[in-house]
Design a protein around this ligand. Structure first.
Ligand SMILES: Cc1ncc(COP(=O)(O)O)c(C=O)c1O
Length: 449
């Protein structure tokens, strides 16, 4: 393919990559300037929940932009901000009723850890500031968020800049870190959190943060039954906040508005991003309970935080239009059925010898690649298996989202399949056909040798 970019002054995210120029999108499809069609099989980075080219969103956004494009978050509010908050609160888990609007997932994670810190500062527990996260997690790339992120490769160059946040291992049943199996394991991986809290000093910990379903680093990792409620119970016992990072899983992606609802867990803080705007505008949020916000108001007088683009009126107009779209099209109601169909079809791919595991929930799924299906031996990182699969699929017109390094910090290969929720069954079949075509080329291209 005769791609022409980069050619100028854009500092692109991938310095080696030759970029096609995307011109437009329609539903689950993207098109480049040569007219080539791609299925957006991962909705970017599991962002595009409602599909591309939705005129309904354009109308909501343009209407707000035409009237008022910007006010500063310390000076004015707008109808779009108020109305979006009202509508969002109605679908949030009970008790989560104060919404701080921001622009990106990492920014909202920073906001959450600062909020937790200030809450304890204002509660005469100023020694509580450290947040416990999990290895092989993803919470963002800014320094606070990266200190939480358990993706070794991304942390490595920046270790001297990171905060002292402890980590524990995730409930990775396919390769149980404790060599046990569910349910006989009695959730040893969740109990490890209690041990870590005791070792680190409970009085120093403000919060535990986790993705309810592991995302960009480990690939659609659904926890076993009882895991999240045990984590919640441990947090309660030590008076520690539970921060629910739903940046990827939120807004219907897994078949409920929020993934914690599958297990009926009530977090103290929730973080949203990605699907809030479906990619149409930078938008995210940190959400908590009124009573916690009241504490800050009574003591310090406010939340010592804020950004130029917090509480953006146009972003909120987009968020509201996206939320209405999700409701009107009943996307969340349809998601579990479509998700089951997607998983069932992905399971068929296990006939390829390098497919180790297929997992996920709703429209958040992943395929883990292994060198040996029986022993689960991963490919050595030097083979760049994931990258090659992703490139081949891209050539075949299917966009997937890669993840590596989750087995031991270096090895581990997976690709996420997370198309827009509007996808139809025949389009899931199209994805499977392209995956089969891609996988069948793999031995020819010298992989798996
Ligand atoms: C669970 C989770 N949290 C946080 C982030 C960071 O969001 P952003 O890339 O918008 O900063 C991501 C991004 O992939 C994510 O998946």
């Amino acid at each position: 393919m005769d791609y022409a970019y980069p050619k100028g002054h854009v500092f692109y995210r991938k310095l080696e990559r030759v970029y096609p120029l995307a011109t437009h999108g329609d539903g689950i499809y993207l098109y480049d300037e040569t007219g080539k069609r791609y299925i957006d099989g991962s909705g970017g980075a599991l962002v595009v929940n409602i599909g591309h080219g939705r005129k309904e969103i354009l109308h909501g956004m343009a209407e707000q932009m035409g009237r008022l494009g910007y006010v500063h978050g310390t000076q004015f509010t707008t109808r779009s901000i108020e109305e979006y908050a009202e509508a969002l609160e109605k679908v949030l888990p009970e008790g989560l009723d104060k919404i701080y609007f921001l622009s990106g997932g990492s920014e909202s994670i920073e906001t959450a850890i600062k909020f937790a810190r200030q809450y304890f500062w204002d509660s005469e527990q100023a020694q509580r500031w450290r947040v416990i996260a999990r290895w092989h997690s993803y919470h963002g790339n800014t320094l606070g968020a990266l200190s939480l992120t358990g993706r070794i490769g991304m942390r490595k160059p920046y270790i001297p800049l990171l905060l002292d946040f402890p980590h524990f291992l995730p409930p990775y049943c396919y390769r149980c870190p404790f060599n046990l199996s569910y349910p006989r394991c009695e959730l040893e991986c969740a109990k490890a959190l209690e041990h870590l809290i005791r070792v680190e000093g409970p009085e120093t910990i403000s919060a535990v943060i986790l993705e309810p379903i592991g995302g960009a680093t480990i690939g659609a990792l659904v926890p076993p039954e009882g895991y999240l409620s045990m984590i919640r119970e441990i947090c309660d016992r030590f008076g520690i906040f539970l921060i629910d990072d739903e940046v990827m899983t939120g807004m219907g992606r897994t078949g409920r508005w929020f993934a914690v609802e599958h297990w009926d867990i009530a977090p103290d803080i929730m973080v949203l991003g990605k699907g809030m705007s479906g990619g149409y505008f930078p938008l995210s949020a940190m959400i908590t309970r009124s009573e916690f916000v009241e504490r800050l108001k009574e003591r310090t007088g406010g939340f010592v935080h804020g950004h130029t683009f917090s509480h953006h009126p146009v972003a909120c107009a987009v968020g509201l239009a996206v939320l209405r779209f999700i409701e009107q099209r009943r996307l969340i109601e349809q998601c579990p059925g479509k998700g089951d169909y997607l998983l069932k079809r992905l399971e068929e791919l296990k006939t390829f010898p390098f497919i180790g595991d297929v997992r996920g929930k709703g429209m958040m799924t992943a395929i883990e690649f292994v060198r040996d299906q029986k022993t689960k031996e991963p490919f050595p990182r030097s083979e760049r298996f994931t990258e090659r699969v992703i490139d081949l699929a891209f050539e075949n017109g299917l966009v997937l989202y890669p993840g590596t390094g989750f087995v031991d910090g270096i090895n581990g290969d997976m690709a996420m399949v997370g198309p827009p929720l509007i996808i139809e069954e025949y389009q899931i079949d199209e994805i499977i056909e392209i995956l089969k075509k891609t996988f069948s080329k793999i031995p020819e291209s010298g992989l798996n040798k």
